[in-house]
Structure formats: C-alpha cells, structure tokens
Write a protein that binds this ligand. Structure first.
Ligand code: IDP
Ligand code: MG
Length: 154
C-alpha cells in the first residue's frame, strides 16, 4: 500500500472570486481525500514571498506575489493515500492551456497566471511539510476518521 500523506492545497484569489471553492473541495472529498485543516485568509506579502520562495528569481515573481495577496484564499490540508501526487494530477498542468479537460485547471482556467489552485509539488520532496508549516500550527490539523475509510482502502 502506498503511504498516507498530507498535502497543502490553496484555492487562489481567482478561484475564490469565481465561486469555485465548493467545487474544488467537492472534487477532493469525492475522491476520498480527507480534509484535516482549512483557513480562509488574505495572505500578506511576507507569507507569499516565503511560500513562493523557489521562484524569487523568476521574471513573474512580482506579479505572482501581487496576485496571491490580492484577495482571500482558501488554504487547506488534505490527507490520503499518495495524496501529494494525486492532488497534482487532479489539478492538471501548471498552464491551464495544457491541462487536460477533467482536471481543475483544465476545466476552469485559460491563463497561466490565473490557474485557480495551488497544490504541493510531489517532485519537490518536503514541499508539503514546509507549506503546511507555513500556513498552519500543529494544533490546527485535526485528526479524525472518515466513516467511509474502510470502503476507500483495502
Ligand atoms: P505549480 O503551481 O503548478 O506548482 P509553479 O511552477 O510552482 O507551478 O509556479 C507557481 C505559480 O506561478 C503557477 O501556479 C503560476 O500561477 C505561476 N507561474 C508559473 N510559471 C509562470 C510563468 O511563466 N509566467 C507567469 N506565471 C507563472
Ligand atoms: Mg509549484
């Protein structure tokens, strides 16, 4: 069995403004992933710069930080088997123009700078822990069992 993981997911300001929080949460819930933390916040510049630190030398960094701090976001932690990679698959490619239909970005986005959702990178080992720590205190992560867990996992 693949290991149970936690991953950091955020509905970005465009997704919030376009009323897509419910759909994103619904898709992750339907898949069987378990919500363990959620916070509806407008993030400040320091947090945004730290969160996107890996991109600080990129030409789009300023626009990215400006955008992500421009309105509220829905920050969440989701848990499940192989969660980090599975959420990335459900999100689709970074550029919505290249995302497959059926993925969140492929269904709701057209532009690289307005791609609705963030999810920790499964290829960047440790990014999920770093991002969860950045947005949540340990006591904000809720431990419980979903009633359907025995039907989701062998
Ligand atoms: P990811 O969100 O799929 O992990 P990253 O490469 O980590 O993609 O980039 C972070 C975010 O920065 C992307 O979601 C996108 O909104 C934005 N971004 C990435 N590359 C570009 C670019 O070339 N131009 C403008 N924005 C970009
Ligand atoms: Mg990334």
């Amino acid at each position: 069995m693949t290991e149970t993981q936690r991953t950091f997911v955020m509905v970005k300001p465009d997704g919030v403004q376009r009323g897509l929080i419910g759909d994103v949460i619904g898709r992750l819930e339907d898949r069987g992933l378990k919500l363990v933390a959620a916070k509806f916040v407008q993030i400040d510049r320091d947090l945004a710069e730290e969160h996107y630190g890996e991109h600080e030398d990129k030409p789009f960094f300023e626009d990215l930080v400006g955008f992500i701090t421009s309105g509220p976001v829905m920050a969440m932690v989701w848990e499940g088997q192989d969660a980090v990679r599975q959420v990335r698959k459900m999100m689709g490619a970074t550029d919505p123009a290249e995302s497959a239909p059926g993925t969140i970005r492929g269904d709701y986005g057209l532009d690289l700078g307005r791609n609705v959702i963030h999810g920790s990178d499964h290829e960047d080992e440790g990014s999920w822990e770093r991002e969860i720590d950045l947005f949540f205190d340990e006591e904000e992560l809720v431990e419980y069992e979903r009633i359907d867990e025995e039907w989701l996992y062998e």
